[in-house]
Design a protein around this ligand. Structure first.
Ligand code: SF4
Ligand code: SF4
Length: 390
């Protein structure tokens, strides 16, 4: 395990990041206008950037943990200020000294679970591949077409395991020669990094990279946009390169190549929610929509706040592990938007979005037919000659 950076060094980093950011800021306030927090409560990332530039904090500790790293404010800032980087520098110092107030009190335990078991739930590492046992999924071996890097939530969470099963069945139906790492897979480390725990992130990344290299992995399929972002954009900092594809991209390729035929009609009115780490952070907007468009009978309608302006579900930046009061949940706003455009299915492609929307759906009246589905589950449903129960 690496030793953490000394306090003085981190304070200097905050000043550097905050100061250079603030130097460019001309206080137009656009970042605060577009931030989803300001739909549910007062919050000013502009003020945090300003306060950070003076060294440290009068910053309210709870505010330090609010940013979901959704990427909206940096993408809208006319001066190119990197608000997320300022927030992360502050979290690094908080994590260094174990300052996890209120909503962030769970971070310490999650850091421990990730260090011991390689997943944030503290589940047994040896059971990471258990979801696949009944599906005849093989361990990855050199020469296979692709490694399916499953991710923590799809490996252990009962709701998300259905998505992993759908993915495996689709790949089998298309004749893709794929395998998984099972207990040799660890969390990608994206979210713990966003809480400022750089040392845990580096350990997880190195463990995964070693597992890839040992097995001769060249191409990696991921379900989570958070895994996608990290494996594709951040693992190259370790001087390695693997081809990384998100499941929406890979399944569309299979359809376009004629390896996957979507023939079972699904007469549903569907809307698609762009996950922050798939859309805004990585520019993948069209593939999920094209896939849904290839399903016979399916009608795709758009919500407000779509594509680059997508409304964060509230789960990024480690917030998936933190409590958010019911009246401050962005996911509830999103469900209202989906229902307002007459959709009976809200489709997305991220485990955090699915978890937050499923939680929000619990407030709907009993018997309401509105559904939350992963893109992969919809594609699975549109295949013929396949066991439909997941
Ligand atoms: S959008 Fe950019 S320039 Fe405008 S207040 Fe925010 S940080 Fe400053
Ligand atoms: S990245 Fe998103 S959540 Fe964070 S301050 Fe900017 S708009 Fe708000």
């Amino acid at each position: 395990m690496e030793t953490a950076a000394p306090l003085g060094e981190i304070i200097q980093e905050i000043k550097n990041v905050g100061g250079s950011a603030f130097k460019y800021c001309y206080r137009c306030g656009k970042c605060d206008v577009v931030c989803p927090w300001n739909r549910v409560r007062a919050f000013s990332i502009r003020r945090i950037v300003q306060q950070a530039s003076f060294g440290l904090p009068e910053i309210e500790l709870e505010d330090m943990w609010r940013c979901t790293t959704c990427g909206t404010c940096p993408s809208e800032c006319p001066r190119g200020v990197q608000q997320i980087q300022v927030g992360l520098a502050l979290r690094r110092i908080a994590s260094q000294y174990g300052v996890f107030p209120g909503s962030a009190h769970t971070v310490g335990a999650i850091r421990g679970a990730l260090s011991v078991e390689g997943n944030p739930m503290g589940e047994d590492r040896r059971k990471r591949g258990a979801w696949a046992e009944a599906l005849s999924v093989n361990p990855f071996s050199e020469g296979m077409e692709i490694l399916y890097f499953v991710g923590c939530y799809y490996s252990y969470d009962p709701r998300m395991k259905r998505v992993a099963a759908a993915t495996a069945r689709i790949l089998q139906k298309a004749g893709v020669d794929f395998g998984i790492l099972g207990e040799a897979e660890s969390c990608c480390g994206e979210s713990i990094r966003k809480t400022g725990n750089e040392d845990v992130f580096r350990k997880l990344a190195r463990d995964n990279i070693k597992a890839f290299i040992d097995r001769g992995v060249k191409k990696i399929l991921v379900s989570s946009p958070h895994c996608y972002h990290t494996l594709k954009n951040e693992y190259p900092d370790f001087m390695v390169h693997f081809e990384v594809v998100h499941v929406s991209q890979f399944l569309l390729q299979l359809v376009d190549q004629g390896r996957l035929r979507l023939t079972r009609p699904l007469p549903r009115r569907v809307t698609y929610h762009d996950p922050c780490y798939l859309g805004r952070h990585n520019g993948i907007y069209d593939e999920p929509r094209k896939l849904l468009g290839a399903v016979p009978g399916l009608e795709l309608v758009e919500m407000p706040d779509n594509r680059k302006a997508s409304l964060c579900c509230g789960g990024g930046g480690g917030r998936i592990w933190m409590d958010t009061p019911k009246k401050e949940r962005f996911a509830d706003i999103r469900i209202d938007q989906a229902r307002a455009v007459g959709a009976d299915v809200l489709v997305t492609a991220c485990p955090y979005c699915i978890s937050n929307f499923e939680e929000g759906k619990l407030s709907l009246p009993d018997g309401d037919p509105f559904e939350v589905k992963d893109l992969t589950e919809v594609i699975h449903e549109s295949l013929e000659g396949i066991e439909q129960t997941l």
